[in-house]
Design a protein around this ligand. Structure first.
Ligand SMILES: Cc1cc2nc3c(=O)[nH]c(=O)nc-3n(C[C@H](O)[C@H](O)[C@H](O)COP(=O)(O)O)c2cc1C
Length: 266
């Protein structure tokens, strides 16, 4: 197994931490890493490390961590995918340092976080994550939450990946098997896995299969964040040797599916 695959398979949402403060050198290193991330859409993200105690932040599902990382971005077209891509790059970097994370979009005191990051009109703070060292044992609540969303399983390969058109499932064992397997194991909101990929030669066309109720009144689409995460997993698997483009190949699409972007393997 490649070291990238090991990292992806080892990562899980960590909601129970050991109670030790994030070491200052880890905090500095992660913040510097976050600030160095370029999104494929060239949209800048502003990153903040926050202390829950200092800012009076509460995240009911998280136990034993005080430090959070939050990012905010201008709400422009493609902000969701850009944010997903960048934040997941940070999540995998944290994982490689032994630091646990959980993507949190819903279960937080959002007004308190938005105040702490000084959110301005026209900006969004899509998600935050705790940062800390995983506890040896999960809380009962964490165990129940994981069960509720079947967090340890994913849809089968044949339901997610296609060969040239949505009518033909991609056979397993091809040249992109490992990269797509890493896409399959990406995290997503409520574990819905809304990404679909059509392989055409060296091109991976990424699509969103929308579930109901994920687009909010302001037009923000959380499942596009998930597709951004999936795209980063594909790029990560290939050492980021991919070319990014947004050029809809015009394939015929099943209901509820829309084109997001293409990664061409170099
Ligand atoms: C965009 C996004 C938003 C999420 N929001 C929450 C959340 O609000 N609360 C929570 O406990 N988990 C949240 N999660 C974590 C998912 O439930 C989790 O990634 C999924 O169940 C798969 O489990 P795993 O991360 O352990 O592989 C979110 C994940 C993503 C990608």
């Amino acid at each position: 197994m490649s070291k990238e695959m090991e990292l992806v398979r080892h990562r899980r949402s960590v909601r129970t931490f050991d109670g030790c403060a994030l070491r200052p050198e880890d905090a500095d290193s992660l913040l510097a890493f976050a600030r160095s991330i370029q999104t494929p859409y060239d949209l800048p993200i502003t990153w903040r490390l926050l202390s829950a105690e200092e800012h009076n932040l509460s995240v009911p599902v998280i136990v034993g961590a005080d430090t959070y990382i939050a990012g905010k971005i201008r709400q422009v077209p493609h902000a969701e995918e850009a944010f997903g891509y960048a934040f997941e790059k940070l999540v995998l970097q944290a994982e490689s340092m032994g630091i646990g994370t959980t993507w949190i979009a819903g279960t937080m005191d959002r007004p308190a976080f938005e105040k702490a990051v000084a959110l301005e009109p026209g900006e969004v703070m899509p998600c935050i994550s705790p940062l800390g060292y995983p506890a040896e044992k999960m809380s009962l609540r964490e165990t129940m939450m994981r069960r509720g969303v079947k967090a340890d399983s994913r849809m089968p390969f044949s339901a997610l990946f296609f060969d040239g058109s949505f009518n033909v499932p991609l056979p397993e064992g091809g040249p992109w098997q490992e990269a797509l397997e890493m896409v399959r194991w990406a995290p997503s909101a409520v574990n819905k896995q809304p990404w679909r990929v059509v392989m055409c030669g060296r091109q991976a066309h990424f699509y969103e299969q929308k579930s109901k109720g994920y687009v909010n009144a302001a037009g923000w689409d959380l499942q596009k964040v998930d597709v951004g995460i999936a795209m980063y997993h594909f790029a990560f698997a290939l050492g980021e040797r991919v070319l990014f483009s947004v050029e809809d190949p015009g394939l015929s699409l099943p209901d509820g599916v829309s084109y997001i972007a293409t990664l061409t393997v170099l």
